[in-house]
Ligand binder design. Sequence first.
Ligand SMILES: Nc1ncnc2c1ncn2[C@@H]1O[C@H](COP(=O)(O)OP(=O)(O)OP(=O)(O)O)[C@@H](O)[C@H]1O
Ligand SMILES: [Mg+2]
Length: 258
Amino acid sequence: MATNPFDQQQPIPGVKKIIAVASGKGGVGKSTVAANLALALREHGTVGLLDADIYGPSLPRMMGALNQKPVVSEGNKITPVERYGIKMMSIGFLVNEESAIVWRGPMLFKAMDQFFRDVQWGNLDYLVIDLPPGTGDVQLSLVQKVPVSSAVVVTTPQNISLIDAKKAIDMFERTGVKISGVVENMSYMLNPANGEKMQLFPKGELNSYLDQKKIAKLVEIPFNPSVSLGSEAGIPIVESNSSGIEAQCFRDLAKKLI
Ligand SMILES: Nc1ncnc2c1ncn2[C@@H]1O[C@H](COP(=O)(O)OP(=O)(O)OP(=O)(O)O)[C@@H](O)[C@H]1O
Ligand SMILES: [Mg+2]
């Protein structure tokens, strides 16, 4: 009889809640959301941040940890890097930013195993996982290997992004992962001249789709150049401007997830 792949699922010792940040489409702000959510969650407990985007790891740069290296000790145990009070692991700490890693399926599954079993996460209330875009091997291996407590799907307002968000939602539904809701990123921009909301992307059918599926929209995060500047500089907005609207959005998101 064929074995059930979900039988391999094992909790990560010491880790209470695993929150996966996903999207169907690339470039919608998963890594930005993952980093800032992790920072916002510090108010509620101990936090880890795993960059599972093995194809294009962004978190070392976004978290200002580019030149850091995790310590590998006896028995290949890996001590995570610590930044802003958060324990972090990324393949980006181990390879040069410009080199492409060409992963074959089995290598990818092994790398995911190491992230979960060989990294000494210690006691964490929350482990936030930043996923690559899409619904491929990384996502599948995540849901098969560890019990994901909640999935957050990031999208931008327009239908082009919604089409792919639906696929991510479908994947979590099929694999039995609880979807906490959707983050609408770059939802609007506040006009600096008069404070009025401007629509950078046309509103699509996201709201009616979520109503019909009874999935919550967790937060609408505005577009603000200071968010991307923060990412470039390695100081996410929750850290650099904790009183701004964007940081407040991430704190609201954190509260809804705990
Ligand atoms: N609310 C925002 N306001 C301004 N810029 C933003 C916002 N959200 C994300 N960005 C910027 O958009 C770009 C893409 O964001 P990010 O890398 O987080 O997306 P991603 O979904 O993780 O992409 P990938 O699919 O490649 O992993 C980054 O330069 C980021 O700084
Ligand atoms: Mg990313």
